[in-house]
Write a new protein. Structure first.
Lengths: 438, 336
């Protein structure tokens, strides 16, 4: 069978599985799977850029996704009245001061001769800088968090909430993630490959910790709800007689029709983003730049001997890949309508995307997209399947036995096990994935 | 000005907890560094290996408790520890046989092994959650304190109390014993020497007739013991919750890298560096300072450099600084 036919068939099979969900469960469920599948496919594209093109191991996807979500919040929520005058300038001043202090320390360190005096001066300056920063920062935070803490207590954002303009938050999410990736890449790239893994693991946890605890930024675990969305609200559609009439024309009641309509609009928007990114990624893959990247991946020493700046290229592609994850994160937060830092877990946002890339086929953009849809579908369906298996296994046991209750209760944890197993099996027996690199 | 009370407060809130935590990190980092030295990859599954060993120990502890066996003032978990180690050894040897050996024979790149270890992490995590559930489990029993704050105050008549928990005492003593045994093994026995030779230069070790599979097997056995002990001590000191062990990965890796990956002495030093920085940076210094400065200058804030929620950030910052300025670590580790 020729590869093109096989790949089309693979995509068709996944599409059929989702359509089957539509018939057997509900079309709403199927569309939820499609929408998250589209977002997952974009994340997988980003990771494929890093791993498939360049062989960089990033385990901090969760952090970049969450930063994208933060962008959606900051672009969407209206500014809190009085927050800027109360403490916003303080916080901004603290950040400017911190950057200036770091720059000053770097300059002074460069001017002095190495040795104990220099170490002492640098250490003293760091301490002084830190306390200066806190002296500016703390009063600002206290003032902002005191403003109507039950409802706001945060700085607020730009308040872009008009129709399609909301979509502007998505590229901004990419920029946020890119900035964080640049800092990490600058420190950890060029060292041994596992150092990048550990550094990204750390930054992801820290970004989540910041989002959970800095209430002035995005209300922390209190969540900002009701983010603006690019689509109309269901309730408005249900109150619109023209829409209700049209829905009745298709034989649907207004509630179902409105939820389906909104989800379809999202699916359309996400598809546009996915197609743009996919085209760009395909062009990059087949360009001289893409060939250089693969050359670096396959043999760093040889590429370096040919005059390629390996570390700079790695930094470039690491930032690009993370930016794509940030875009996906912003899209997801817009879809959910809220940012809930408590739900960001490395398993769901880092590990699952890795499984998508490896199962789909690392190094192949279409593979990543296929993996995104397939694994997301499995992820949603494994839990009911696990429960079903457990009920089969325990059907012979007496009702009310402790073991039976325990087994059924722990069926939910089978997801971790299943995904780990899928990853190991694919790595071992089919390391090139479903749609291998050409 | 009251130096004595200040020192006691410092000991009670900073030094004692940091020493205990540092010992736990050091044991964890020793496991990571041994795997790195012998098998040459960063084992992301180490946190969950600790969780698995600790889980087996917890289950045996409950069994012994139900039989009415106890160690008097010491926690029953110490009695269950050998069984936990055996269980963990079984798991690691099985994992090596089923998973890692294939890639070793293929001479796969280290980064592939890291991804594989990530897969193993989630399988182990799934097993642990499947067996014992994701919730907090308490299994510490016996005497709670060696010295409680109240008895210390009564004994000395000071305003500040010094409390040393039994688990903290046990942690430090166990860690010292384990580290002594490990170094004796690595430096004095034939097998230990062959392990170090293999770690230093694989080809040369093969030429001198060292059996690599045996070295690898013994490494896994030692790592299983270290991980279980570290996991149980951490669980006794805080509490056993599967997810926290995954989060321990960052401080453990930070310890191993700060000390120099592949270097056992470095792992221990790194563990204490990370533990002390974490505790000192997130401790509210107000109490100590009020004893030290004249009344007029008493701080009106908590004098806490970072909130405790940012513990992870401390390990991470130290990690970044070390990566920037001294990528081989404080003690010369490997830099492949």
């Amino acid at each position: 069978m020729n590869p093109a036919l096989k790949n089309t068939l693979l995509f068709l099979i996944v599409a059929l599985m989702i359509i089957y969900t539509g018939f057997s469960q509900s079309w709403n469920t199927a569309l939820v799977v499609v929408n998250m599948g589209l977002i997952s496919a974009i994340m997988a594209l980003g990771v494929n850029l890093q791993w498939g093109f360049a062989g960089l191991f990033n385990v901090g996807i969760m952090g970049f996704v969450a930063l994208g979500g933060l962008a959606a919040v900051l672009m969407g929520v209206p500014p809190t009245p009085g927050a800027w005058s109360a403490g916003g300038w303080n916080i901004l001043g603290a950040f400017v001061f911190a950057i200036a202090a770091i720059a000053a320390i770097v300059v002074i360190r460069g001017k002095m001769v190495p040795g104990w005096p220099r170490a002492f001066v640098v250490f003293a300056l760091i301490c002084a800088g830190f306390f200066g920063y806190r002296a500016l920062f703390d009063p600002g935070v206290v003032a902002i968090e005191a403003i109507n803490p039950a409802l706001t207590g945060n700085l607020g954002g730009l308040g872009i909430d008009r129709g399609l303009w909301v979509v502007l938050a998505w590229p901004v999410g990419g920029l946020f993630a890119a900035a964080a990736a640049w800092v990490i890449g600058k420190t950890a790239l060029g060292l041994r490959s596992d150092y990048l893994a550990i550094a990204t693991l750390g930054i992801a946890e820290i970004i989540i910790a910041v989002l959970k605890n800095e209430d002035w930024l995005a209300r922390g675990v209190k969540n900002v709800v009701g983010l603006p969305r690019p689509t109309p609200y269901e309730i408005d559609l249900q109150n619109d007689p023209a829409f209700v009439d049209r829905a009745a024309g298709y034989g649907l009641d207004a509630v179902t029709a409105s939820t389906l309509y909104v989800k379809l609009l999202y699916a359309g928007l996400f598809t546009v983003v996915l197609v743009i990114l996919l085209v760009l990624a395909q062009r990059a893959l087949n360009s001289p730049w893409g060939r250089m990247m693969r050359a670096i991946r396959d043999n760093e020493v040889a590429a370096e001997a040919m005059g390629k700046d390996v570390t700079a290229r790695h930094l470039q592609i690491f930032v690009l890949g993370s930016a794509i994850c940030g875009i996906a994160g912003a899209m997801m937060t817009t879809l959910d309508g809220q940012l809930t830092p408590g739900t960001y877990q490395p398993l769901r946002f880092t590990f699952l995307v890795w499984v998508m890339v490896i199962v789909g086929g690392s190094g192949n953009n279409f593979g990543a997209v296929l993996g995104g849809f397939l694994i997301w579908f499995l992820w949603v369906q494994v839990e009911p399947m696990g429960l079903w298996v457990m009920q089969m296994v325990t059907s012979g046991m007496a009702d009310g036995s402790a073991l039976k209750a325990h087994l059924i209760e722990s069926a939910a944890h089978m997801r971790l096990f299943t995904m780990g197993l899928v990853l190991l099996l694919v790595l071992r027996f089919s390391p090139r994935g479903l749609i291998p690199e050409k | 000005m009251d130096f004595l009370n200040a020192i006691i407060a410092l000991l009670n809130f900073v030094v004692v907890p940091a020493v205990a935590y540092g010992s736990q990190l050091a044991l964890g980092a020793l496991g990571v560094t041994l795997i790195y030295g012998i098998l040459r990859f960063s084992n992301f599954a180490h946190g969950d290996t600790m969780a698995f060993g600790a889980m087996v120990t917890v289950l045996f502890t409950w069994l012994f408790q139900s039989w009415g066996i106890s160690l008097g003032p010491l926690p029953t978990a110490l009695l269950a520890l050998p069984f936990g180690i055996l269980g963990c050894m079984g798991l690691l040897l099985a994992t090596d046989r089923v998973v890692y050996r294939f890639y070793r024979e293929q001479k796969a790149k280290p980064v592939i092994l890291v991804i594989v270890s990530l897969g193993v992490t989630f399988i182990m995590n799934g097993i642990v959650r499947f067996i014992i559930g994701p919730d907090d489990q308490r299994f510490a029993d016996g005497e709670r304190f060696i010295v409680s704050a109240r008895t210390f105050k009564e004994m000395t008549g000071l305003r500040e109390g010094l409390a040393i928990k039994t688990t903290q005492g046990i942690t430090v003593i166990t860690a010292v014993v384990v580290v002594a045994l490990l170094f004796w093994f690595l430096n004095r026995t034939r097998t230990g020497k062959s392990m170090r030779a293999y770690s230093d230069n694989e080809d040369l070790a093969l030429l001198s007739g060292i059996n690599p599979e045996r070295v690898v097997m013994i490494t896994w056995l030692i790592v299983a013991a270290l991980a279980t002990i570290a996991g149980v001590l951490y669980g006794l000191d805080k509490s056993f919750k599967p997810f926290t062990y995954f989060q321990l990965l960052l401080p453990i890796f930070a310890s191993a890298i700060v000390g120099g990956l592949g270097n056992p002495i470095g792992a221990i030093a790194g563990g204490f560096v990370i533990a002390f920085s974490e505790v000192t940076v997130t401790y509210a210094w107000k109490k100590v300072l009020t004893y030290l400065v004249p009344e007029r200058f008493e701080p009106d804030t908590l004098v806490q450099l970072l909130s405790t929620d940012y513990k992870l950030a401390v390990s991470f910052l130290i990690l970044l600084i070390v990566l920037l300025f001294k990528p081989t670590g404080l003690f010369k580790g490997k830099s492949v």
